[in-house]
Design a protein around this ligand. Structure first.
Ligand code: HEM
Length: 180
């Protein structure tokens, strides 16, 4: 167990990181700059901001996986909690709203790669974010005991694979929206 003082300052640092990242993304929208040129040259600024932060997410969550392997459970818990929360913020601020651009009018719309890949990404992403949120609430003792998942290790493994797969499908989504 880390010393309480160290743990407290790590929690404050994580909270500032989440708030800063989400303030950046919200600021782009509030300033009406969503559609401005992004920094990679292909997509709009808001998509590039989301892309960059999600790349950090897979890197960060993979680092958190290694922390658990090394037995550093406190650091693992705080690290994974941080990424799960940041990701939910990005879904709410950027991605959920974009789903209106891929509404399915007819079943034939699913033959369009852009629409099919985006929905696959959104479906897997929703399950993954819910699994991540459940684990975080259970492990941080917010969920009542009766709702605790006994097979939590398998749920963690599934969520880890889910974040990776969803991110890869997110990169494909970016490709079909802005490059292809
Ligand atoms: C759970 C983990 C998730 C990860 C790691 C993730 C990752 C990504 C990445 C890397 C992109 C490309 C950048 C971009 O175009 O903005 C993207 C785009 C997108 N994602 Fe996700 N995503 C997740 C969950 C979700 C969920 C739950 C939804 C639906 C509610 C969703 C809907 C979208 C849409 C519509 C886009 C393209 C629209 C846009 O550019 O704003 N994603 N995602």
């Amino acid at each position: 167990m880390a010393a309480p003082g160290n743990m407290r300052s790590a929690i404050v640092t994580a909270a500032i990181m989440i708030a800063g990242s989400l303030a950046w993304v919200a600021g782009i929208s509030l300033a009406g700059l969503e559609a401005s040129r992004g920094f990679f040259g292909a997509g709009p600024l808001i998509a590039d901001a989301n892309l960059i932060l999600e790349i950090f997410l897979v890197a960060g969550i993979t680092y958190g996986f290694l922390l658990a392997r090394r037995g550093n459970i406190d650091a693992h818990q705080l690290n994974q909690t941080t990424w799960v929360v940041l990701n939910i913020g990005l879904i709410a601020l950027v991605m959920a709203g974009s789903m209106q651009d891929v509404r399915i009018a007819k079943a034939a719309a699913l033959a369009d790669w852009r629409i099919a890949v985006t929905w696959l990404h959104a479906g897997l992403g929703t399950l993954t974010a819910l699994a991540g949120l459940w684990i975080v609430l259970q492990m941080n003792n917010v969920l009542p005991r009766g709702l605790h998942v006994a097979a939590w290790k398998n749920l963690m493994r599934a969520a880890f694979a889910g974040y990776w797969l969803t991110a890869l499908l997110g990169f494909a989504t970016y490709y079909f929206w802005y490059i292809a």
